[in-house]
Ligand binder design. Structure first.
Ligand SMILES: *Cc1c(COP(=O)(O)O)cnc(C)c1O
Length: 388
């Protein structure tokens, strides 16, 4: 069994007759059969092999197999986006009457999907107030199929104890879904800790350079087979070109995650003592309420941190408008450092009440720390903070 750094580079790929060293991009919408009988056998499922790229594509399959290995899962399905991964998983496996337990401390579009769309299909979402297991337990009943969480959360970097949540889910015959977007398998392996299903927005660190939108679900072979049948009918598939970008991204993932974490930790430490900063949220700081849990279930603290500046929204906006090096954009997981005001952008569609319950204040600024020289980043933030 290979170690992760080898799997990330070598797994999931068999060379074709040409002996190509690097993974090819297979841009074809359909596949040719040798005979009418073979076509019938493929469509009928009696013979294995590709039919149409909405169902499966060889380049997408390399990505799927590689990510499954890195997450220590049986199988994976690539999707058109991270949100398509969540939609495929939920609509492909739930039915009317089923329930999910989640918190509002999730990616904004996930909250909107859960609040505004799932109830239309007869799926009930029960909302927990925080990420403590004790507050979730009373919300579980015999209809509960999934507990759904992100850890660390966006943008406050709150942690959930994956082992404890997996235990809670299994006690009630439910399953635990973890959105592993912030840590990636390079820093955290939810399935090894007991979770049943991992969700990814490949758009973020798996790509790593802010180029493509994509997503994935990793879980048991049985689940992925079910979701592949859903994909065949519903269609939110990953493009082969994007899959190729993500394959290349996986090759450098662990190196990048180490450096993102290193840069973010250094900035978090420095920001913590800056007079214009009221509070820093970063799991790698001793002041973080879940610092011990972070050390237990993550191999490093990741690249995302958020800060509350002294003052109100205007102060937060002054900081954002004053940066020169950091990019003002909602994306994260990029080699370039990005800076965002969650309350008016990524979390702007949440009601003010939900935002307050999630603890996302007007003075909060999120940094997704990139791979630039950390001294240059510090200089940029220092001059920007002096204008707050
Ligand atoms: C971005 C993101 C998503 C959604 O992914 P898309 O690729 O943008 O659809 C889901 N969860 C988290 C934590 C994210 O950051």
């Amino acid at each position: 069994m290979w170690a992760d750094d080898t799997l990330a580079i070598r797994s999931g790929f068999e060379r074709s007759q040409y002996g190509e060293h690097s993974e090819p991009i297979m841009t074809t919408s359909s596949y040719v059969f040798a005979s009418a009988a073979e076509a019938a056998a493929r469509f009928g499922g009696e013979s294995a092999g590709p039919i149409y790229s909405r169902f499966t594509n060889p380049t997408v399959q390399i990505f799927e197999q590689r990510l499954a290995k890195l997450e220590a899962g049986e199988a994976c399905i690539g999707t058109a986006s991270g949100m398509a991964a969540t939609t495929t998983l939920l609509l492909g496996s739930l039915q009317q009457g089923d329930e999910i337990v989640a918190t509002r401390n999730m990616f904004g579009s996930t909250v909107n999907l859960f609040k505004n769309f799932l109830p239309r299909y007869g799926i009930t979402v029960r909302w927990a107030d925080n990420l403590k297991v004790d507050s979730w337990a009373p919300l579980i009943n015999h209809n509960t199929r999934f507990l759904y969480l992100e850890t660390p959360t966006n943008p406050l970097t709150e942690l959930a104890d994956i082992k404890a949540f997996a235990q809670l889910a299994h006690t009630h015959g439910a399953q635990l879904i973890v959105d592993n977007c912030f840590c990636t398998p390079a820093l955290q392996k939810p399935l090894v800790l007991g979770a049943d299903i991992v969700i990814h927005s490949a758009t973020k660190y798996l790509d790593g350079q802010g180029r493509c939108v994509g997503g994935a679900v990793v879980g048991s072979a049985q689940l992925i087979e079910k979701l592949t049948a859903f994909m065949r009918s519903a269609g939110p598939c990953m493009s082969p070109f994007n899959a190729w970008v993500f394959i290349k991204g996986l090759e450098t993932l662990s190196l990048r995650m180490r450096q993102h974490s290193h840069n973010a930790a250094e900035l978090a430490n420095w920001l913590q003592s800056h007079p214009a900063v009221k509070r820093v949220h970063y799991p790698g700081l001793e002041s973080h309420p879940d610092a011990a849990l972070a050390r237990q279930q993550q191999s490093a603290s990741g690249g995302i941190l958020s800060i509350e500046v002294h003052g109100d929204q205007a102060a937060a906006w002054r900081l954002i408008d004053a940066v020169n090096l950091c990019s003002i954009t909602g994306n994260l997981g990029d080699a370039r450092t990005t800076i965002t005001h969650p309350a008016t952008t990524t979390h702007g569609r949440m009601s003010a009440e939900d935002r307050e319950l999630a603890g996302i204040g007007d003075a909060l600024v999120r940094l997704a720390v990139g791979l630039e020289d950390v001294g240059d980043l510090r200089c940029d933030l220092e001059q920007a903070l002096s204008q707050v």
